[in-house]
Write a protein that binds this ligand. Structure first.
Ligand code: SAM
Length: 271
């Protein structure tokens, strides 16, 4: 089956290229099964900020390999539906949930910009390191608002770009991780507020990105040994380039070009 067949019909080339990137085995080697800074430590913090309860029905939007959703279902007892555009990731996520014996969770294929759920359905929507990827953020935010019940809670963690990046950094973000379209903190706030959300807190999670960079650096060292022995496929990632960007990325973050944030809000019933 071709990559295009493997994704939903009607996806843009951008979406396809993006899912292609997030299906690479090298990502698992570098990030583990959580494709966002801070891994499950930050996911746990997100669950606590949202006061997740066993009675909550949660949508994990762009759920990747299902790692966060499985963890939240186990840790907080909530019922979770994960949605992701990549059929391959959804299949792996369902396998992971089955292996862990979780029956309060399921994953399906779908696009963040046309959510396959009725209005006022979920108590909570989360999206980790993914909102920045969606090509039409206004439409995705509207959809997130629509599927939440009145007073439903929103929890988004994402990359925020605060200053115009050097051109080679912009190019890298577009080429490698589809996150060149990340907004500033104020930009995210406006997108969500414009569709009716009330944003109640914004937390700076910069330290999680810096720690993740250090972890990845260690893993690259191991990957180099493995590729030396021809044990892994490094896909589209150039290891020398990755090492350069880990260093440069840290500098850019420390100089205030970008950060990682958690944004918490709720569907305001008065909208
Ligand atoms: C950075 S990964 C994050 C995955 C997961 N949230 C995590 O933190 O591990 C981004 C995910 O977004 C998915 N994705 C990209 N565009 C999407 C879209 N338009 N709708 C739904 N999922 C999308 C990709 O397939 C990928 O699994």
């Amino acid at each position: 089956m071709s990559l295009k067949d493997d994704l939903l019909g009607g996806s843009t080339d951008f979406n396809i290229a993006c899912c292609n990137f997030y299906e690479q085995d090298i990502l698992k080697l570098l990030f583990g099964d959580s494709f966002h800074p801070g891994g499950l430590e930050l996911t746990k913090k997100l669950g606590e900020e949202l006061c997740l309860q066993p009675s909550d029905l949660v949508l994990d939007l762009a759920s990747g390999l299902g790692t966060s959703a499985c963890f939240l279902a186990e840790e907080f007892g909530s019922k979770i539906i994960g949605l992701d555009l990549s059929r391959k990731n959804v299949k792996e996520a369902n396998n992971a949930a089955q292996k862990r014996g979780l029956d309060n969770i399921k994953f399906k294929v779908g696009d963040a910009q046309t959510l396959p759920f009725e209005a006022n359905y979920f108590d909570v929507v989360i999206s980790e390191c993914s909102f920045c990827i969606f090509p039409n953020k206004n439409v995705a935010a509207k959809e997130m608002y629509r599927i939440l019940k009145p007073e439903g809670r929103l929890g988004v963690s994402d990359v925020a770009i605060e200053r115009k990046l050097p051109i080679n950094a912009q190019d890298l973000l577009l080429r490698v991780a589809c996150i060149a379209d990340a907004l500033s903190v104020q930009g995210y706030k406006e997108v969500f507020e414009n569709v009716g959300f009330k944003i109640t807190s914004v937390l700076d999670e910069k330290k999680f990105v810096l720690n993740t960079f250090d972890e990845i650096k260690k893993k690259i060292f191991i990957a180099e040994l493995a590729t030396g022995l021809k044990k892994i496929d490094i896909g589209t990632l150039n290891i020398e380039e990755a090492k350069y960007w880990l260093k440069e990325g840290k500098r850019l973050i420390n100089e205030g070009y970008g950060t990682y944030i958690t944004m918490i809000g709720r569907k305001s019933s008065s909208y």
